[in-house]
Design a protein around this ligand. Structure first.
Ligand SMILES: [Zn+2]
Length: 290
């Protein structure tokens, strides 16, 4: 391996590859948490080493509920990734975040309910309480927002992304209530991904591409998979252009931030009491603290 791979990209619906990647290699990774969604694709994009993973696997085979997010995040960690950018499709819950706009969300609201085994790397004799007040890497967010504006996209800095269980879209009542709660966007995957990235001390950010107005908007077509995919195809090139603009800037400017130290002072278990099996499984993530 040449330069370290500091940057990872996880592609959501409609984003299954990065065409312009050079020196491409495919890497199969097995983790203590099982298999990731697919092989990782590593390469160089405008001089920056990047690891890419299609979140739902090539051919889109894995539902949000079925995602092995622990394996996906662990795999990025094992490649040395410090910053992970999610390129993701979202529905909009507010009028001024229109279809085909780009949003860099800064908050998350968790309404998933069926991902019990995937919310944390901890347990089995090792307890850590990690800060999650700002679930996204705000340093990377600023770079992504600037890059989005440079591409000429209608871009918005900030927004609360509510994460629903899926795979169904919301009912009208759920959509209205999510709006009333103050949520701006709706998606299905940023939880538990952002939680696990934080525990793994990886800075996590998202380029959220608005595909639709969910189902609250009376005068607009309600969301269908077909509409999402059509708008995603239109938006995918913009998302990739934002990545190409942002990555060289991030590579030059982003060397450290609070995300990379999330576990400092977070582990509460007496290290002498951590079972050997747990210690071994989590060595990549917690080894330097035990
Ligand atoms: Zn950060």
């Amino acid at each position: 391996m040449t330069d370290a791979i500091r940057f990872g990209v996880i592609g959501g619906s409609g984003v299954y590859n990065i065409e312009d990647l050079q020196d491409v290699e495919e890497i199969e990774i097995n983790t203590p948490f099982g298999k990731p969604s697919d092989d990782y694709i590593t390469g160089t994009l405008d001089g920056v080493r990047v690891a890419f993973l299609p979140r739902h696997g090539r051919g889109h085979r894995v539902t949000p509920t079925e995602l092995n997010s622990r394996a996906n995040i662990y795999g990025f960690k094992s490649l040395g990734v410090q910053y992970l950018i999610s390129v993701t499709a979202v529905g909009s819950l507010r009028q001024d975040y229109a279809p085909l706009d780009i949003v860099i969300p800064d908050q998350l609201f968790d309404r998933t309910r069926n991902r019990e085994k995937a919310y944390t790397f901890f347990g089995d004799g090792l307890v850590a309480h990690v800060g999650f007040a700002d679930p996204f890497c705000l340093d990377m967010n600023a770079i992504l927002y600037d890059a989005a504006k440079q591409t000429g996209a209608r871009a918005h800095n900030g927004g609360t992304l509510v994460v629903i269980e899926g795979p169904m879209f919301s009912t009208k009542a759920e959509s209205r209530i999510n709006r009333q709660l103050g949520c701006d966007l709706v998606g299905m995957t940023a939880i538990p991904e952002a939680k696990l990235a934080r525990e793994a001390e990886i800075g996590y950010s998202a380029i959220a591409m608005v595909t639709d107005y969910d189902v609250w908007h009376e005068s607009h077509d309600t969301v269908t998979a077909e509409l999402v995919v059509q708008n995603l195809i239109k938006n995918a090139q913009v998302g990739k252009q934002i990545l190409r603009t942002a990555l060289p800037i991030a590579n030059a400017r982003l060397h450290d931030c609070a995300c990379l130290h999330a576990l400092e002072n977070a582990i509460v278990t007496n290290p002498a009491l951590v079972p050997n099996e747990t210690r071994a499984r989590l060595d990549l993530i917690v080894g330097k603290y035990l």
